[in-house]
Design a protein around this ligand. Structure first.
Ligand code: WTA
Length: 646
């Protein structure tokens, strides 16, 4: 964890700019944000920058009125950016489509007109279940133009997951596609959507984008093809951008937590946009010559903020890619970077570790010298992966912007900020909090931990990008995030601060897994497993994985009348894929006779984890209050034997 001497750091001159900006933001948050918010076009200026009269329900830019699609599109039409590219999209099959800001504006207006014609009104929810195609950001922008609230479900989720989310937010419209390409094969998205739609009474209209072209069932009166619908409105349709209060909802995005039901994180229009804009500017400082490539799918928060709203509000050019990194070959990304001249690459530790496994020869085949800055997000980046990224992709010249943040925070929270001033980098540390972010590491009692001691990462004061609430569940919002220490935002992450004050993120402190950067609740997996007729009890935990960071492993016990078999294991995996989606597929399902329990009947996860990783049982005394020492030892040995048999 000590300071490393990267050749790069020799060229960094830590001055005072970052510290000064941070202090200004803390001492005078109202003035600070009033100034920053001028980067956005407002129809009406706010009355109050921050209304904190009812914590933890903070209202940023209260009284301010704006429209986010206006900020992403219309305002560039009066500038030379009008004819600059907003998006370069590359399909999995190599097809390329580009959109200037003007072309995107026209497309968004047409779709907004379609939505308007079917009766979409301000506040109505639009569910989106699409692959990474241009129609995905277009749908978000068209919804936002009318003041609708979008709710995107990543296309790797199942019909059941889609239906649950649609029902929770009572969406009126669903936008999906006939299919999606995955490694040259067609995934029949519309079939999955139809299965979900069988249980979603609120959906009145389904707009289907033609992507893969096979014939799909279209329900009369409900389903329309995107292209047919757009062809029916005027080519130069104009839908006035709906004036939105800064604090009105822009979107809901469901994310996993510590209980079974995913949480509907709700973001508002104003604070979210201001935060998205400034975090991108501080973190990567893109300019109009850059080609920004954030590799996240728009199905996740990273795609919402850094593939749609922040880059469009800044007027820069983004690349979006439909496919996977290793199809048709393991140099697909480097080939894309070379061909399009990508200048900034923002991706995940999982992708980096995967490329490292593929080998450097795939990269060295290509001229990637257009790159000028690198970024990472989604999970802790291990120093080895960081160094590899720095050496092989960055050629020991490019800074790595490790950005720590969450669905709930709207944008980066802890990251190096070359847009203000680049601090010396340390492989594996996200460095320092952004302006306005008062981060701290707490112990169990809510006291700051001494330097070098692991604890819980908390944020002590509000910031513009923070979620507003959980959709229709303010009590859960309060409990989950501010329940542990009043008015202190609990992140659910472990962290440690080093003697230089740098933050090192150490993974989740709760029952949430990060599988290839995807957030998955162990409780969700457990509920899915016990909903199978054969399963009596289940305990799911993360197991370290050299590429994906961690993978889920499930311990299950069976009901009477069922016995372990390969078929049953395969069926359980299929069941999880159907109830949650392929992204939650467990790495292993371990069928055991009995799960270890505490005296009060709780499953002893620590013991299971020890068995799983082959660790010695260690200090049994700390488990003593949970069960007798003999019982623990005996269970441990028995489980180990069962595991070895497999
Ligand atoms: C983890 C993704 C370490 C963390 C933007 C957090 C990270 C969770 C980093 C949020 C990082 C994200 N270093 N850990 N740079 N970025 N995380 O909601 O555990 O999908 O709580 O948002 O990802 O995941 P989410």
């Amino acid at each position: 964890m000590s300071e490393t001497s990267l050749p790069f750091n020799d060229r960094v001159f830590p001055g005072k700019a970052l510290k000064e900006e941070w202090e200004k933001s803390i001492k005078k948050p109202q003035e600070f944000w009033a100034e920053k918010a001028k980067a956005i076009d407002w129809f009406r200026t706010w009355d109050k920058v921050l209304d904190d009269s009812n914590p933890p329900f903070y209202k940023w830019f209260k009284g301010g009125v704006l429209n986010i699609s206006y900020n992403a599109l219309d305002r560039h039409l009066e500038t030379p950016r009008k004819n600059a590219l907003a998006y370069i999209w590359e399909g999995e099959n190599g097809e390329v489509r580009t959109f200037t800001y003007y072309q995107l504006y026209r497309e968004v207006n047409k779709l907004a007109k379609v939505f308007k014609n079917v009766g979409l009104k301000k506040g109505d929810r639009v569910a989106v279940y699409l692959p990474m195609i241009p129609e995905l950001p277009i749908t978000l922008l068209a919804t936002a133009r009318l003041g609708g609230v979008h709710m995107v479900v990543f296309s790797g989720f199942s019909a059941e997951a889609l239906a649950d989310r649609i029902n929770d937010c009572e969406a009126k419209i669903l936008v999906t596609s006939d299919g999606a390409y995955r490694r040259g094969k067609i995934v029949t998205l519309k079939d999955t959507a139809d299965r979900a739609l069988a249980a979603t009474p609120t959906v009145e209209k389904v707009v289907v984008v033609k992507r893969t072209g096979q014939t799909v069932p279209m329900k009369e009166g409900r389903d329309v093809y995107y292209h047919d619908a757009l062809a029916k409105v005027e080519a130069n349709a104009f839908v006035p951008p709906e004036p939105m209060e800064a604090t009105e909802p822009l979107f809901i995005l469901y994310t996993s937590g510590t209980t079974g039901k995913p949480k509907g994180v709700q973001h508002g229009v104003g604070g979210y946009l201001v935060w998205g804009y400034w975090t991108l500017k501080w973190g990567f400082n893109p300019n109009d010559k850059d080609i920004w490539w954030c590799t996240a799918d728009v199905g996740w928060i990273t795609g919402h903020t850094y593939n749609v709203y922040a880059p469009l509000a800044m007027g820069i050019t983004s690349l979006i890619f439909e496919g996977t990194p290793d199809y048709p070959a393991q140099d697909r990304w480097w080939e894309i970077i070379e061909r399009h001249g990508v200048t900034i690459l923002y991706t995940t530790p999982t992708a980096i570790r995967m490329f490292r496994k593929f080998g450097e020869e795939w990269i060295n085949k290509h001229d990637i010298s257009s790159l000028r800055l690198l970024g990472t997000v989604g999970e802790p980046i291990n120093p080895e992966a960081w160094k590899w990224y720095y050496r092989v992709i960055g050629k020991e010249k490019l800074a790595i912007i490790d950005t720590w943040w969450q669905t709930e925070t709207g944008g980066f929270m802890i990251a190096p900020l070359p847009g203000i001033e680049l601090v010396p980098l340390k492989p594996g540390s996200a460095t320092n909090p952004l302006p306005s972010i008062q981060a701290e590491v707490y112990d169990e009692k809510g006291q700051p931990t001494p330097t070098g001691t692991k604890g819980f990462l908390v944020i002590k004061t509000p910031w513009p990008g923070m979620m507003e609430t959980l959709w229709k569940d303010p009590e859960r919002y309060k409990q989950t995030y501010f329940g542990r220490w009043p008015n202190i935002y609990y992140t659910g992450d472990y962290a440690v601060k080093d003697p230089d004050g740098y933050f090192w993120l150490l993974g989740r402190a709760d029952e949430v897994l990060k599988v290839a950067g995807h957030r998955i609740g162990t409780v969700e997996l457990e509920s899915a497993l016990v909903s199978h007729p054969s399963v009596s009890e289940a305990a799911v935990m993360g197991k370290e994985d050299p590429v994906k960071g961690e993978v889920p492993v499930a311990f299950v016990t069976l009901r009477n009348g069922f016995s372990p078999s390969e078929e049953l294991r395969a069926d359980l995996i299929k069941h999880i894929r159907n109830t949650i989606g392929p992204i939650a597929t467990p790495d292993a399902i371990i069928i055991v006779n009995k799960l270890p329990k505490t005296r009060s009947g709780k499953i002893m996860r620590r013991l299971l984890k020890a068995v799983l990783v082959g660790a010695a049982l260690g200090d049994v005394s700390t488990l003593e209050d949970e069960a007798s020492v003999e019982d623990i030892k005996a269970t441990y040995e028995e489980l180990k034997r069962q595991l070895e048999k497999k």
